[in-house]
Each structure stands twice: as structure tokens, then as C-alpha cells.
Design a protein around this ligand. Structure first.
Ligand code: G1P
Ligand code: ZN
Length: 542
């Protein structure tokens, strides 16, 4: 084993919810990955002889990073390292592996839905033994340690063949190359009625799943086509590529527009879905109807009992604050707890561990449950399929009946990307300054009932997270929310979330932007978006 004196460059940033994300050339600098990985190991205690799970979404630099991490894990004293074959392991599958094999933790190599390639994004994230992202006290420690790291430990060894299943040794550590799909597919079979779904496919049900040349391809092939009998070609773009075929592996209406267009066409399949780079997000589109992630959370919650894994009902539901209130109405009807957390999956971890909630979701296409501690794209698709198989109705029928019963939450997110940081900060400061004067005022004929800067009190560990987004509530359960993204890699991204609750069934078929137009105008009036950003329209509308 060699101790190498650590020299610059060091990571100059605290790893966020999604780990450390930088452009590939940054990670390629000599010692950079080593310094960061050693800082992760130094932040942990008691892993000698224990197991580490490792894998990534297959993006550019995945294989190189894996070889470095294997040699460093051996030098630092892990007893066993389990790596997905080919370096492939989706984020939810990593979470499952950590839990199932009682590993000490896991390292996920991904930059989620961001593009990959020699000049695109890469990322390294650490998950703890509950299978979830490292909590802030660990990421803080990693950052502190990375600033003063003096040396890193690495063993000299030839590259491990990560394409062949089996076990080899690097130093004193066993390296086990495993099938990244098998354990995950077994978990899915334990939760869902595969017989019912198989029967539905046999009866001619047509589905299109777009893996976007990212990590879910092998999972989709095995689960949908092999185990559930969907025809060959149901999973598209199923070969993971280092550059995702040159696209953004982001399953939204912009980057998966082809899927949307197909689902709105005359010969549309019954069900369309897609997942992102590392397999934790999902997009769901029925024949002729897009299901917003917020609605999807509500619908899945209302129907989850139809799947064997959830037949006893839900303990509670959690959603991120900017996610629409549609799920709140379901929780109310079911008489279960509803939790509103800040943006970012890590806030769900405590609630899931404490058994307070079963299902969680975010407006940004993330849905998941207590089966792992990450959001899970394939899981969401399977729960939808299970519900469709049991109810025997189309997505459109199910969604429209849901709206008729609970009311519809029209919802949209407007993103202003790459805004100069100073300008974005000025907008937020301006907004904070006028919060107190908003309640009671009338904007565009709509009465403001409340306005605040969202703070979250974690009911499990008592921690407080402040400044998590500014909410302006209007009469009738409509609202606008403003917050700055925490995941961007250049400048600031302002996200404006607009929501209007419409109880009247006769008004459930409006075009979304149209239905929200007054609130969109109100949002601009309140935050002076155009003036502050210098933009007259959002860069992305979802
Ligand atoms: C975005 C999403 C958030 C999600 C995160 C990681 O964060 O909005 O819901 O948890 O990516 O996938 P943001 O850029 O808004 O901080
Ligand atoms: Zn992701």
C-alpha cells in the first residue's frame, strides 16, 4: 500500500444533496478524485473489513473512477467491494444493494440527468448504511477534510476486469463483480403483481419505455421484456452510452419530447415512460395524457394498495414543498400523515427510517417508497403498470376520475437558467424584503392569504432547515413558490412553481399554461422576474 502526499487541486465545494458534481476535465486532474475519495473515507469511522457498494450510470469517466476507487478502498481497509458489472448500477439499485447486503455504504458515480461526455458532467456521491444519501453532517465533514487533506492511500494493482462476474482480490480486499439487475429485479417482484402485469401485456397492452441510453436500459430489458413478457423493443435506447447518445438523459417534456409526441399521436401505445441518467427519476405519459409528477404522486398514493407490496395501506405520504398539494388531499382522505419537506430526497430519509411515511415524491419527476432510500424510476413505472393491470382502465380514465373525486391541481414549473448569481440573489433578497407586506393584498384580483420563507422542522431528529423557498399562498389553495436551484453547475437557476387548485370538474380540461396565466403574471409582479433576470420568458417550462 502506498501513502501518496496529496497535492492540489482539492475539491473547492461542499458536496450537495447529489454529491460532488463537476465537469469531467475537473475530475480528470491528477489527484482530484483521489483527494475527494480519501476525504469521504476519512469522514467515516468503523469500516475496516466491511463492505462497500460501487457503481455508476455508465457515463464518461465511470470506468476510470471505478478503478481508482477500488484501489483506494483496498488501501483504506474495506474488506469487500461489490461493483456492478460493467460499472453499471442505478441509484435505487445501489440503495437496495447497500441495504440487502448490510454494506457499510456505497459510492454512486453519476451526475443524474445532466449530459455526459468528455466535456460534460460527472459526479461522486456517498450513501450511508440505510441506503440513502449522506446526511449533511457527513457532507460537511467531507468538505472540511478535503480542505486540509495531507495524503491519500492507494494500492498499486492492475485494473480489475469489471466486465466479468466473479471475485478477485486487490490487496487484502475481495472485489466482487455482480449482476447489477438481478437483486433489484427480485425486489420489484416482491412488491408488484408480476402475473397480473404479464397478463396485461399478453392481452396486447402496449408500452414504450425510453432508457435514454442511460443506466435503466439493462433493468428495463430484463424486467419489462424478459420477466413481464413485453415485446422486444418495448425498452428503447436501452444500451447505456458514455455520452448518452449526445442527449440530456432528463425525462421531461423537453428532452423526452419524442416520447411525448408519440404518446399524443394517433397510434400511441397505452403507456409511455422514461427514466434519467442514474435511474431515479421517472416520466409517465398515458395515451393522450401527460401525468405531472405531482399528480403521479397523488395517484400512486391513492391506488398503491392495489399492489401486493402496499396492500396493507400507506403509513403516510411525504412531498417536497414545491410539489403540488394533490397528494395532501389523498392523505387527508386516507386519514394518514402528510409531510412537506424541503427540496431534495435526503429529507425523506428520516421519515422513511422512522416508519412515518411509505411513499414520497417530488415535482421534479422523483417518486419512491420505503423499499429503498432513493427515488426510483423503474419502481414508479411498475407501480403504474400494477395499477393499470388491476383497474383495467386507461391512464386517462384513471387520472380524470381522480380529478373528479379530489379536484385538479394545475401545475407548472418555470425555470430561468444560468442567471447571473448576483441578479438571482438580488431577486430573492427583494422578495424576502416584501414578504411581510403580501398577506391581505390583492394581486391580479387574487387575494394573498399567506407568504413565508419555508423552514422545515424535522419531526424525527429535530433539525431545522431554513430558507428553503419562498411561498406565496392565494385564496382557494393556489400558490406560487420561488427558489434557487441547488444542483446547477453554472450561474444560478431560478425556479418558479405555479399551482392552481380547481375543484370544478367542468373546468378540468383547460390547457395548463392557460389555466395558470393569472398566477404566472402575479409571480412576475411579486418577484419582478423580468427586471431582475433581464429575461422576458423562462428557459424551460415543465
Ligand atoms: C433538483 C430538483 C430536486 C431534486 C434534485 C436532485 O434540485 O428540483 O427535486 O431532488 O434536483 O435530483 P434543484 O436543482 O431544484 O435544487
Ligand atoms: Zn437522477
Amino acid at each position: 500500500m502506498t501513502h501518496v502526499v496529496a497535492t492540489a487541486p482539492y475539491p473547492d465545494q461542499k458536496p450537495g444533496t447529489s454529491g460532488l458534481r463537476k465537469k469531467v476535465p475537473v475530475f480528470q486532474q491528477k489527484n482530484y478524485v483521489e483527494n475527494f475519495v480519501q476525504s469521504i473515507f476519512d469522514s467515516l469511522e468503523g469500516f475496516q473489513g466491511k463492505t462497500l457498494i460501487l457503481g455508476g450510470d455508465g457515463r464518461y469517466f465511470n470506468r476510470e473512477a471505478i478503478q481508482i476507487i477500488i484501489r483506494m478502498a483496498a488501501a483504506n481497509g474495506f474488506g469487500r467491494l461489490m461493483v456492478g458489472q460493467g460499472g453499471i448500477l442505478s441509484t435505487p439499485a445501489t440503495s437496495n444493494m447497500i441495504r440487502k447486503y448490510k454494506a457499510f455504504g456505497g459510492i454512486i458515480l453519476s451526475a443524474s440527468h445532466n449530459p455526459g461526455g468528455p466535456h460534460e458532467d460527472f459526479g461522486i456521491k456517498y450513501n450511508t448504511d440505510n441506503g440513502g444519501p449522506a446526511p449533511e453532517k457527513i457532507t460537511d465533514r467531507i468538505f472540511e477534510l478535503s480542505k486540509k487533506i495531507a495524503e491519500y492511500k492507494i494500492v498499486e494493482s492492475d485494473p480489475v476486469d469489471i466486465d466479468t462476474l466473479g471475485t478477485v482480490h486487490v490487496g487484502d480486499m475481495a472485489v466482487e463483480v455482480f449482476d447489477p439487475v438481478k437483486d433489484y429485479a427480485e425486489l420489484m417482484e416482491s412488491l408488484f403483481d408480476f402475473d397480473a402485469i404479464r397478463k396485461m401485456f399478453k392481452g396486447g397492452f402496449r408500452m414504450r419505455f425510453d432508457a435514454m441510453h442511460a443506466v435503466t436500459g439493462p433493468y428495463a430489458k430484463e424486467i419489462f421484456e424478459h420477466r413481464l413478457g413485453a415485446p422486444d423493443g418495448t425498452a428503447r435506447n436501452s444500451r447505456p452510452l458514455p455520452d448518452f447518445g449526445g442527449h440530456h438523459p432528463d425525462p421531461n417534456l423537453v428532452h423526452a419530447k419524442h416520447l411525448y409526441d408519440e404518446m399524443m399521436g394517433t397510434d400511441a401505445p397505452d403507456f409511455g415512460a422514461a427514466s434519467d441518467g442514474d435511474g431515479d427519476r421517472n416520466l409517465v405519459i398515458g395515451k393522450g395524457i401527460f401525468v405531472t409528477p405531482s399528480d403521479s404522486l397523488a395517484l400512486l398514493s391513492a391506488n398503491a394498495h392495489l399492489a401486493p407490496g402496499y396492500s396493507k395501506g400507506l403509513k403516510g405520504i411525504a412531498r417536497s414543498m414545491p410539489t403540488s398539494g394533490a397528494a395532501d388531499r389523498v392523505a387527508q382522505k386516507l386519514g394518514i400523515g402528510m409531510y412537506e419537506t424541503p427540496t431534495g430526497w435526503k429529507f425523506f430519509g428520516n421519515l422513511l427510517d422512522a416508519g412515518k411515511v411509505t411513499i414520497c415524491g417530488e415535482e421534479s419527476s422523483g417518486t419512491g417508497s420505503d423499499h429503498v432510500r432513493e427515488k426510483d424510476g423503474i419502481w414508479a413505472v411498475l407501480l403504474w403498470l400494477n395499477i393499470l393491470a388491476v383497474r383495467g382502465e386507461s391512464v386517462k380514465e384513471i387520472v380524470e376520475k381522480h380529478w373528479a373525486a379530489y379536484g385538479r391541481n394545475y401545475y407548472s414549473r418555470h425555470d430561468y437558467e444560468e442567471v447571473e448569481t448576483d441578479r438571482a440573489n438580488a431577486l430573492v433578497a427583494d422578495l424576502r424584503g416584501k414578504l411581510a407586506s403580501l398577506p391581505g393584498s390583492t394581486i391580479r384580483g387574487m387575494k394573498v392569504t399567506a407568504a413565508d420563507d419555508f423552514a422545515y422542522y424535522d419531526p424525527v431528529d429535530g433539525s431545522v432547515s431554513e430558507h428553503q423557498g419562498i411561498r406565496v399562498m392565494f385564496e382557494g389553495d393556489s400558490r406560487v413558490v420561488f427558489r434557487l436551484s441547488g444542483t446547477g453547475t453554472s450561474g444560478a437557476t431560478l425556479r418558479v412553481y405555479i399551482e392552481r387548485y380547481e375543484p370544478d370538474k367542468a373546468r378540468h380540461d383547460l390547457e395548463t399554461q392557460e389555466a395558470l396565466s393569472d398566477l404566472i403574471a402575479a409571480a412576475d409582479e411579486i418577484a419582478r422576474i423580468r427586471t431582475h433576470t433581464g429575461r422576458n420568458k423562462p428557459s424551460v417550462i415543465t
